[in-house]
Design a protein around this ligand. Sequence first.
Ligand SMILES: O=C(O)[C@@H](O)[C@@H](O)[C@H](O)[C@H](O)CO
Ligand SMILES: [Mg+2]
Length: 403
Amino acid sequence: MKIIEARVIVTCPGRNLITLKIVTDSGIYGIGDATLNGREMAVVAYLEEHVLPALIGRDAQRIEDIWQYLYRGAYWRRGPVTMTAIAAVDVALWDIKAKAAQMPLYQLLGGKSRERVMVYGHATGKDIEGCLDEVARHVELGYKAVRVQCGIPGIATTYGVAKRSGERYEPADSDLPAEHVWDTAKYLNHVPKLFAAVRERFGDDLHILHDVHHRLTPIEAGRLGKAVEPFNLFWLEDCTPAENQQAFRLIRQHTTTPLAVGEVFNSIHDCRELIQEQLIDYIRATLVHAGGITHVRRIADFAALYQVRTGFHGATDLSPVCMGAALHFDTWVPNFGIQEHMPHDECIDEVFPHAYRFDDGHFTPGETPGHGVDIDENLAAKYPYKRASLPVNRLEDGTLWHW
Ligand SMILES: O=C(O)[C@@H](O)[C@@H](O)[C@H](O)[C@H](O)CO
Ligand SMILES: [Mg+2]
């Protein structure tokens, strides 16, 4: 089964999304997500200049060999751009193989480990009351798990809060980076009140998640984790930048609040100590940014040895192609934890018809051969690329901080 064509489709139905389409001489094609929020065109260039010409003529069935060729052969290994490009090829090839086998992708991976995939939604509000109303709306929709983020008094723009109630949160909202101001003390004083209010109104059974978004020092993260223990969070995410994996030893000494990390990771080497030393409870590295199914399967199997579970990133800056493939992976993977779900805008769902379905707080991936997601190229062509950058963050004294 020879690869005869490979092309990148750039579209911006409300936000930039990059898709790779690989066509074989059998007529079967597969697609992969190549979106890297705020750096989309870097991945496009990497694919078009250095990857796709080398794919033509190769056997599409040799997924592992092509993965090794693109990883080892690049010489300059790892990094979000390289691993997103490799991921797009990998997911497209798995899509092709499952279609050729005429089975849904989860069957090819090893079959169902669960009937359905629990997801968490995003409830945000400019203040606690506004966030509680959004939690209520998500509970009404059937979610069993909700991430809660609210504005912090005294801080103009806080991570994760939608501009208007009920809207999706989209961080890449300007041509060049917007500048936000952060104050850790104000955040640490306020955010425990949010969880207390959620527990007060919604009781103990609702799974509550929260994303600190890399902003605390390790000891501050330990302090926050300890402060929120009474609220039994499902997880506290990205509580400190994780390049220094050892930082989590300090946090672990101070709190039993479950920790999730890894949406910015792109290889198993980013999380090896975190997993081996059981410094985290959930690994978030997802298919589109961590080398695709071939590599993330290795991360998940390694994590399983240490009872670390998956909790894939799933914001709207990952396309429905990634969501579809992730839901098949989530259906198979033995050490599944939870899947992030932020609904895409309708215009995105129109560009990317898909088989996955939401019901009662869970998703099922569908029985379509492959990952069950396609792209309407004519519709995609109607939405031209428009550069959009993620914000930067400064402390009130101007120090450049973690966004
Ligand atoms: O957990 C999450 O979904 C967030 O961290 C994301 O919203 C993240 O900020 C964006 O994906 C960045 O593009
Ligand atoms: Mg996050």
